[in-house]
Design a protein around this ligand. Structure first.
Ligand code: ARG
Length: 563
C-alpha cells in the first residue's frame, strides 16, 4: 500500500484541493516523533483566511484515521502516524513477493531513453574519466529500465578525425606487428607519439596524415581496413574492462559511423540559413546566446567533433524516437553540448530540449599523481587490480578460511571502486584514497556489502523457518526505522532519475545498511523464545537483503554471500 497516497486521499475528502497538489505538499518528517507523513497547512491558510495552526487543529477532528495509528496536529502541521503492524506487514511481504523486481515500476511506459556513456577514444588509453562516465551511464541505464523505460546504451566511440590519418601513416612506417597484437593500445600510442616527434622534424608528414584521413573519409579500401583493425584491437582491450565491470551497450556507433550522415546535416543548416562564413570556416553564430560560434566545417572543408554530434543526435531521434537523450560526458565538455543542443534548437528541432548533458567532476588520487599519458593506462589497470589485491589482503587477515576468496575480492574490490565514483554528487571531484574506500566501517562499498553478507550469515544460521508471522511485534524504534527505509526504495530511484544522479541510490544503500546494523546491534534474532517475533525478524532480514541486493545491482555492484 502507498501510504502517501492514502494520506492524500483522506485529506482530499476534507479539504478543497486537488489530490495531486495535496500529494505534492506532503512531507516526510525528519524524525518519527513527528509522525511518518506530515501535511503543512500554510497554503490553505491563504485560501481559508485562517491561521495554519487552527486549520491543522480542525482537520485533526475531521479526518478519517482508519489504517493509521493516530493523526495529530502539531503547530501548523497535521502529522500522520501509520499503523505500524500493517505498514510492516505490507512492506515486508511486498519485498519478499517481488524479489528482484522490488523497487521497479512502470512509470516509464515503455518510452525510450538513450543513454550515451563511456565513449573512449580508439587507439588511446581508457582512462579513469572514461570509467566515471561508464559507471554513471551504466547506473542510469539500469535505473531507467527498472522504471519501465526502454534504455538504449550507446558507446559513442572516439574513432574519427585527422588523428586517424596520422595513425595510418604512422602504422605504415613504424608498426611492430607483434607488439600490436600483444598490447594494441600501447603500440598504437607509441607510433602515434612517434609520428608527432617525427613531424616536428619533417612537416611533410602532416600532409601525409591528412591525405590518409581524406582517403578514409572517401571510403578508400586500405584506409578503411586499417581503421577497422585499430577499432577492433582497441575494443578488445576496452571489452576487458566492460566485462570486468559487467557493463553492456546496445550500440557501438562511434563518430566514424556518422561519416556518411553529415552531408544532410550541413545541407539542412544551409537551407535554414544558419551557416555563416568565418575565416574560411562554416559556423553557426551563437553570440545571441553568449556562446562562441559552433564550427561545422573547418576551412579545409573537413567536419569536426560538433558536426558528428549533430548527426548523431538526429540519428538517435530518427532511429530510436527517444523521449530523452542523455550524454554522460565530463563537465569540461559542458559548453560543447550547450552549443550542439542550441544549434539543434535553432534548426527547429523541438526535441532539442530532451537532450541532456550529464557532467561529472575530475578524478584525483590521494597518494599518486595522474600526470603522464602513460601513467593513465597503468592507472586504470592498476586501479582495478590494486582494489582486488587489497581486498584479498584484508580477507586473508580477517577471514582466511573463506571459500572463493578471489571471486569475493573481485566483487568487493571493484564494488569499492564503483561505489567511490557514485557516492557523491557527480559534479564533485573525486579523491581516490584506498584506506578510505576499502574501509569496512565508513560509507563505502565494503561496508554495504558486509552488511549484506552478515545478514545472509544470520539467515543461514537460522535455516528454514515457517509459521504464523506477527508483524506487529516489530515494534521497536530500530525495526520500524529499517522498515521505513526499505519502503522508501522506489522514491529514491525516481529521485535519482529525476536529477540524473545515481549517488541518490548509492547513499540509499548506505542508509539501508546503517539501519540494518542499528537494528541488529540492539536486537537478537537467533536466540528468541517468542517464535512469532523470531519469524518476523527473519522476514525483516530477508527483506533487507533483497533491498540491498537490488539497490547495489542498480549501481552495477554485485553482492557476495560471504565475506
Ligand atoms: N570520446 C570523447 C572523449 O573521450 C567523449 C565523447 C563524448 N560524447 C559525445 N557525444 N561527444 O573525450
Amino acid at each position: 500500500m502507498d501510504y502517501k497516497k492514502l494520506v492524500a486521499e483522506r485529506l482530499g475528502s476534507v479539504i478543497e484541493l486537488e489530490k495531486d497538489k495535496i500529494e505534492a505538499l506532503i512531507e516526510i518528517p525528519p524524525n518519527g516523533d513527528m509522525g511518518d507523513y506530515a501535511f503543512p497547512c500554510f497554503q490553505l491558510s491563504k485560501v481559508l483566511r485562517k491561521a495554519p495552526n487552527m486549520i491543522a487543529a480542525e482537520l485533526k477532528d475531521k479526518i478519517n484515521v482508519e489504517g493509521f495509528e493516530k493523526v495529530e496536529n502539531l503547530g501548523p502541521y497535521l502529522n500522520f502516524f501509520v499503523d505500524k503492524g500493517s505498514f510492516s506487514k505490507n512492506t515486508i511481504e511486498k519485498i519478499i513477493d517481488l524479489g528482484n523486481n522490488y523497487g521497479s515500476s512502470n512509470i516509464g511506459n515503455g518510452e525510450t531513453v538513450c543513454v550515451e556513456y563511456s565513449s573512449p577514444n580508439i587507439a588511446k588509453p581508457f582512462h579513469v574519466g572514461h570509467l566515471f562516465s561508464t559507471v554513471i551511464g551504466n547506473a542510469l541505464y539500469k535505473m531507467f529500465n527498472f522504471q519501465g523505460y526502454k534504455s538504449v546504451g550507446i558507446n559513442h566511440l572516439g574513432d574519427w578525425g585527422t588523428q586517424f590519418g596520422k595513425l595510418i601513416s604512422a602504422y605504415k612506417r613504424w608498426v611492430d606487428e607483434e607488439a600490436l597484437e600483444r598490447e594494441p593500445i600501447n603500440e598504437l600510442l607509441r607510433i602515434y607519439v612517434k609520428f608527432h616527434d617525427e613531424a616536428e622534424k619533417n612537416p611533410a608528414l602532416e600532409d601525409e596524415g591528412r591525405m590518409w584521413f581524406k582517403k578514409l573519409e572517401d571510403g578508400d579500401q586500405e584506409a578503411t581496413a586499417l581503421w577497422k583493425r585499430f577499432t577492433e584491437l582497441s575494443l578488445k582491450e576496452f571489452n576487458k574492462v566492460y566485462d570486468e565491470l559487467g557493463v553492456k551497450f546496445d550500440s557501438y556507433a562511434g563518430e566514424g559511423f556518422y561519416n556518411d550522415k553529415m552531408d544532410v546535416v550541413i545541407k539542412e543548416l544551409q537551407e535554414k540559413k544558419l551557416l555563416t562564413e568565418s575565416n574560411g570556416a562554416q559556423v553557426v553564430m551563437l553570440e545571441d546566446y553568449n556562446m562562441p560560434p559552433c564550427i561545422i566545417l573547418k576551412s579545409d572543408g573537413a567536419t569536426i567533433y560538433a558536426t558528428r554530434d549533430l548527426a548523431a543526435a538526429m540519428y538517435r531521434k530518427n532511429n530510436y524516437n527517444f523521449k530523452k537523450s542523455i550524454y554522460v560526458v565530463g563537465s569540461p565538455q559542458a559548453l560543447h553540448f550547450k552549443q550542439v543542443f542550441k544549434v539543434l534548437e535553432l534548426a527547429g528541432h523541438e526535441w532539442a530540449k530532451d537532450c541532456v548533458h550529464v557532467g561529472f567532476g575530475l578524478i584525483k588520487f590521494a597518494d599518486r599523481k595522474l600526470s603522464t599519458r602513460k601513467g593513465e593506462v597503468i592507472l586504470l589497470e592498476d586501479l582495478l587490480r590494486e582494489a582486488r589485491e587489497k581486498v584479498l589482503e584484508t580477507i586473508n587477515e580477517k577471514n582466511p578460511s573463506l571459500e572463493n576468496k578471489e571471486e569475493v575480492a573481485e566483487k568487493v574490490g571493484i564494488g569499492a571502486v564503483i561505489f567511490t565514483y557514485l557516492k557523491n554528487s557527480r559534479e564533485k571531484d573525486i579523491v581516490f584514497d584506498w584506506k578510505e574506500m576499502l574501509s569496512f566501517d565508513g560509507e563505502t562499498g565494503p561496508y554495504v556489502q558486509y552488511a549484506y553478507a552478515r545478514a545472509k550469515s544470520i539467515l543461514r544460521k537460522i535455516g528454514e523457518i515457517q509459521g504464523e508471522v506477527d508483524y506487529s511485534k516489530l515494534s521497536s524504534k530500530e525495526e520500524f526505522e529499517l522498515i521505513k527505509t526499505l519502503e522508501n526504495f522506489n522514491k529514491n530511484i525516481l529521485s535519482a532519475l529525476d536529477k540524473l544522479e545515481p549517488s541518490i541510490v548509492t547513499r540509499y544503500s548506505i542508509d539501508v545498511a546503517k539501519a540494518f546494523n542499528k537494528f541488529y546491534n540492539s536486537h537478537s534474532v537467533s536466540n528468541l523464545e517468542d517464535e512469532g517475533l523470531k519469524i518476523a525478524r527473519v522476514r525483516l532480514i530477508e527483506a533487507t537483503c533483497q533491498v540491498i541486493k537490488n539497490s547495489l545491482d542498480l549501481i552495477g555492484i554485485q553482492v557476495v554471500e560471504k565475506m
